[in-house]
Design a protein. Structure first.
Length: 254
């Protein structure tokens, strides 16, 4: 694959914050990689919510037309999407930020805007996520790890990026971070010259669109009011030509 020679052989582990992020940000590349070698997609924040829901979670369920088994339904969608990409789906047991409480009490997300605030200090959660990623690197014998750059600064994307970089460094495995879509298209970030842009092929774009279509609960939320989500995905490229963009990560502590 042009411009994507890091970890040129062996299994690939992609670490997705939520049940749709890997497909939205890297689905075309994952489809191409899976034709050559094993690809596993670990979704970190795919755990069931507790018995009580925050107001933010309730609004999220309403927007997505999700009922009481919301996360279970989304895991089914994700399994269908990964099948379209030829990747194995693995679901972590950590709940999404909209379902979590802070260590000292109170919801992580009291308002929608809290999803894009800096992560609250929670060393136990950091260790839990890093341990999950480490375990999957070992279980898959991954030779390349992909994960989110954190474009858009969603709290769960930032936590996932941190864990991916620390775990990959601990195992001596190369890592690349994708520009998070659709955030990167909504507000194109500045890109450095080392970024790797992988253009869509007809086949890889078709696989990505088929995968994204599986996330039926999310499409109306991400592209409301009848927006043409297929056209939006096809022209995505972090403000540049259509395709998927990967960056060489900064140190894991950031």
């Amino acid at each position: 694959m042009d411009g994507f020679a890091v970890g040129a052989s062996g299994p690939v582990l992609a670490v997705s914050p939520h049940l749709d992020d890997a497909a939205l940000s890297a689905g075309a590349v994952l489809a191409r990689l899976s034709a050559e070698r094993p690809v596993t997609v670990l979704t970190v924040f795919a755990g069931d919510p507790g018995p009580e829901l925050s107001a933010v979670a309730r609004r999220h369920h309403e927007r997505c037309h999700l009922g009481g088994d919301a996360v279970a339904l989304r895991r089914i969608e994700d399994g269908q999407a990964m099948a379209q990409l030829g990747a194995a789906a693995v679901h972590g047991d950590v709940p999404d930020a909209v379902y979590r409480s802070r260590p000292g009490g109170g919801w992580v997300c009291k308002e929608d805007s809290d999803m894009f605030a800096p992560p609250p200090s929670d060393p136990d959660l950091d260790r839990q996520v890093e341990k999950l990623v480490l375990g999957m690197i070992d279980a898959t014998a991954a030779r390349l790890v992909l994960g989110p750059l954190g474009t858009g600064a969603h709290v769960d994307h930032v936590l996932t990026r941190r864990a991916v970089l620390r775990a990959a460094a601990a195992r001596g495995v190369p890592a690349l971070c994708w520009q998070d879509e659709p955030y990167a298209s909504w507000s194109p970030p500045p890109l450095d010259q080392t970024a790797v842009r992988v253009a869509y092929t007809t086949r890889s774009l078709a696989a990505k669109l088929a995968a994204v279509a599986c996330y039926r609960s999310q499409l109306g939320m991400l592209w409301p009011d009848g927006q043409d989500w297929r056209a939006a995905v096809a022209r995505a490229g972090a403000g540049g030509p259509p395709g998927e963009v990967f960056c060489h990560p900064a140190p894991a502590s950031s």
